[in-house]
Write a protein that binds this ligand. Structure first.
Ligand code: HEC
Length: 328
């Protein structure tokens, strides 16, 4: 049996730069533990043989005093072993807990019972895609209970605790697909918290990123509009069911007329919606505060088109906007 085959019986394959700093201390401590086990079992056997029950007249005097030399040796050896474990593990521990500058950042949200990975460009996926050979920093959060993100092949295991910002980092060395799971029991659906980490070669990662970055690919305009609504946090201030939040609801918005705080009347048509997104405070709807921030440079023309298309589906006047103008 080769060395690596022997090792893999204990650990899953090692695919990150962290692996050695986890595995080596483990094997050293394991080796030391086996040596001590052999030593103690040997001593026990020797003692059994030497001090086994004998004839009454052969019994020696009971001394009952420990040998100070042996006691000192034993205490020193035990402390040395603990210190050895500490020292072999410390550099790896420090390295694992300090993400390097310039790492590629991915936000991770754990919830009952799914993972959500958000990329810098806003793409959200339920599997974790990363490039090989580049430090990756995960910003972990949880929306409900405690979870933990574990990728055994990368020797990564980090708690995701609600209300606390936790970071993990790693650098994958070998392209491939690795199991990703939670190691913290989080209720009935706990077993569903299994996903995958896909480590791409840098070129492939670039291609993957480009493909998923195009939100129009594989989606209708309306679907893109709805996606932008959740992705850009419009939902925090605008409902889609008529409920008045901080901002007006998007239900029955398109094609309807509204009073502004200046007392003017505006029609929510394409141009008005475009203006409301790019320069929201030019005409503020009566009954609301001018608190919406501009999305200039964040949402482009094509995306505004998609949002408008989606608004139409939410409005009873969505299909007949030009006529609506004449009606009033
Ligand atoms: C911080 C809260 C907030 C967020 C986030 C926000 N808005 Fe608004 N929005 C408002 C408020 C308040 C108004 C009403 C005052 C005004 O017209 O500026 C408004 C008005 C609008 C209007 C005009 C509504 C009408 O009845 O005429 C549109 C369209 C609009 N928002 C679209 C969006 C879109 C699209 C997003 C996300 C990309 C978004 N808003 C994000 C608060 C917000």
């Amino acid at each position: 049996m080769t060395g690596s085959a022997l090792l893999s019986t204990w650990f899953p394959e090692a695919a990150s730069t962290h692996a050695a700093s986890v595995d080596e201390p483990f094997y050293w401590i394991y080796f030391a533990a086996v040596c001590f086990l052999a030593l103690f079992m040997g001593l026990v056997l020797i003692q059994l043989r030497v001090y086994r029950r004998q004839d009454r007249d052969q019994l020696g005097a009971v001394t009952g005093r420990p040998n100070p030399v042996f006691v000192t040796l034993w205490v020193a050896a035990a402390m040395g072993l603990a210190l050895f474990g500490f020292i072999t593990g410390l550099p790896g521990f420090i390295n694992q807990t300090t993400p390097p500058w310039g790492a590629f950042e991915i936000d991770v949200t754990a919830s009952q019972w799914a993972w959500e990975f958000t990329y810098p460009n806003g793409h959200v996926a339920d599997t974790l895609h990363v490039p090989v050979g580049r430090p990756i920093r995960l910003n972990l959060g949880s929306t409900d209970v405690s979870h933990s993100l574990a990728v055994p092949a990368l020797r990564v295991n980090k708690a995701a605790v609600p209300g606390r910002e936790v970071q993990a980092w790693f650098e994958v060395t070998t392209p491939g697909t690795y199991a990703l799971q939670s190691n913290t029991f989080s209720g009935d659906g706990f077993a569903d918290m299994r996903s995958e980490l896909v480590a791409h070669a840098p070129v492939d990662f670039g291609a993957w990123m480009e493909e998923v970055s195009d939100i129009f690919k594989g989606r209708t305009l309306v679907e893109v509009g709805e996606l932008l609504y959740t992705r850009h946090g419009c939902a925090a201030c605008h409902s889609v069911d008529g409920t008045k939040l901080v901002g007006p609801s998007f239900k029955d918005l398109y094609g309807y007329e509204f009073d502004t705080i200046e007392g003017a009347r505006v029609l929510a048509d394409d141009a008005y919606i475009r203006q409301s997104i790019l320069e929201p405070n030019i005409s503020v709807i009566a009954g609301y505060q001018p608190i919406m921030a501009s999305f200039t440079g964040i949402i482009d023309d094509r995306e505004i088109e998609a949002i408008t298309a989606w608004f139409k589906t939410l409005s009873s006047k969505g299909g007949a906007a030009p006529d609506a103008q004449e009606e009033n």
